[in-house]
Design a protein around this ligand. Structure first.
Ligand code: ZN
Length: 204
């Protein structure tokens, strides 16, 4: 079966990378009633932040394992000890999806795994370093104003958008891994993009 034959192959490519980032934010708890224009502004800011990040070395241990499809995971970062789990069955499915949809020019051979590693490296970087505050500043969301002081608020899902933008940039992908994530979700019939930050388990 080719990509064109399947009725489920809605044209995911018609939504651009920022559009997918907006959808990701909109699907994230706390954003249900946000103004779409604000979500778009945050999506752009997080995308720009991730694209502009200096290359981040991944010093976490890498564990390749099976069982990602049943758990709905492609990769995940856990902080204790710093470990990136790569789910080889999901990565293999993602590669089949790339071929079936004719997207190989956007996601060259080996790039799904490389993008997953890059993405998780950003979670590790934001978990351990001062970059988390920089991302908050870039988003400019004020949780609180105390006189002339502004307390930068957390924007759920923004880290996820930034990690995808970083992976797209450093891996030289033609489209964001967010598009591939959407195709994977369609493939596994969950119909939605996976919950953001599901791949970044915090234990602190
Ligand atoms: Zn992530």
């Amino acid at each position: 079966m080719t990509a064109q034959d399947s009725p489920s192959q809605a044209d995911l490519t018609a939504t651009d990378d920022i559009g997918w980032a907006v959808r990701l934010l909109a699907a994230t708890p706390t954003h249900e009633h946000r103004d779409p224009r604000l979500l778009r502004q945050w999506a752009r800011a997080a995308d720009e932040f991730g694209s502009a990040l200096a290359p981040v070395a991944c010093t976490a241990r890498i564990e390749e394992r099976d069982g990602g499809l049943e758990r709905g995971l492609l990769a995940r970062y856990t902080s204790r000890p710093p470990t990136v789990e790569l789910y080889t069955d999901t990565i293999a499915l993602a590669d089949r999806v790339v071929d079936a949809r004719g997207w190989r020019a956007w996601y060259p051979p080996g790039s799904v795994r490389a993008a997953a590693l890059a993405h998780e490296a950003v979670h590790a970087h934001l978990h351990h370093g001062p970059a988390r505050a920089a991302l908050k500043r870039a988003l400019g969301h004020s949780a609180l104003r105390l006189g002339r002081w502004r307390v930068a608020g957390h924007v759920a899902g923004a880290e996820e958008v930034a990690a995808h933008a970083y992976a797209r940039t450093v891996c030289g992908l033609g489209r964001s891994p967010l598009l591939l994530t959407a195709a994977l979700a369609a493939e596994t019939e969950t119909g939605t993009t996976p919950p953001p930050a599901r791949d970044a388990r915090r234990e602190n």
